[in-house]
Design a protein around this ligand. Structure first.
Ligand code: AP5
Length: 219
């Protein structure tokens, strides 16, 4: 089963993906975290990535499709994978569709997590991320706060606050989302394979509904 997440920033793509990867036993591919890793290098590409990400701008579509192509060809994706953050433009979706045809892979289910800008603002200062295993926490939420402050429950690594987690950049990320990513909702609606969930509900409620969908108990 392949899953694609589409949502505004802070809606819970990373949260839901890291839960689903354990439940469904398929890898979680976060383009944001792949890019943040590449951005730590010292070459020119890393410099460009740091600049774009810190301003909430999108990275070039052709680079993104190359990253995805390389990643989904790996052996751990043979039973499916979860895409968190890709595609993010109509052009990326079209390039991805061609890639799926070339690789003889199904699109799977597209999951749209819906939240308002105000919910995202309320979450942004509490988010903590584990760069080692990808787990996501929120110190403002009882269900998702780490057991020990600043330490990942799953792997004991130190949790970090992302450089783009501030209200100024969030507004730019939302603008990018509304202009470039939101049109994908209609694009996939026309294809009949997008499913919408209210992601302002508790994370476990959202997870349960997605699992029911993926396992075929709801449509
Ligand atoms: P990316 O890392 O993908 O950032 P994003 O889309 O802005 O999404 P976030 O990671 O901020 O949020 P999320 O939906 O994963 O929410 P999370 O689970 O963390 O991309 C970063 C940058 O990389 C982009 O700006 C761009 O520059 C570049 N990029 C990436 N992909 C690209 C592409 N394809 N093309 C071009 N450029 C690309 O949850 C947020 C918080 O809320 C957490 O604290 C969590 O605990 C909490 N939370 C989650 N769900 C709930 C809930 N149901 N109830 C209460 N709290 C919740």
């Amino acid at each position: 089963m392949n899953i694609v997440f589409i949502s505004p920033p802070l809606a819970g793509k990373g949260t839901q993906s890291s839960r689903l990867k354990n439940i469904l036993n398929i890898p979680h591919i976060s383009t944001g975290s792949l890019l943040r890793k590449k951005a730590k290098d010292t070459d020119e590409l890393a410099f460009t990535l740091r600049d774009l990400i810190s301003r909430g701008e999108l990275v070039d579509d052709n680079l993104m499709i190359e990253i995805i192509k390389e990643r989904i060809a790996l052996d751990d994706c043979k039973n499916g994978y979860i895409l968190d953050g890709f595609p993010r433009t109509i052009n990326q979706a079209e390039l991805y569709e061609k890639l799926l045809i070339d690789m003889n892979l199904p699109l799977g289910k597209v999951i749209y997590l819906n939240i308002t800008y105000d919910v995202a603002v309320a979450r942004i200062n509490g988010r903590l991320t584990c760069e080692t295993c990808g787990a996501v926490y929120n110190s403002f939420n009882e269900e998702t706060k780490p057991l020990k402050e600043d330490t990942c429950d799953a792997c004991n690594s130190t949790l970090v606050k992302r450089a783009d987690d501030n209200v100024e950049t969030l507004l730019d990320r939302f603008t990018q989302y509304n202009e470039k990513t939101a049109p994908l909702i209609e694009y996939y609606r026309e294809k009949g394979n997008i499913y919408e969930f209210d992601s302002s509900k508790e994370p476990s409620t959202v997870t349960q509904k997605i699992v029911e969908l993926v396992r075929g108990n709801i449509d």
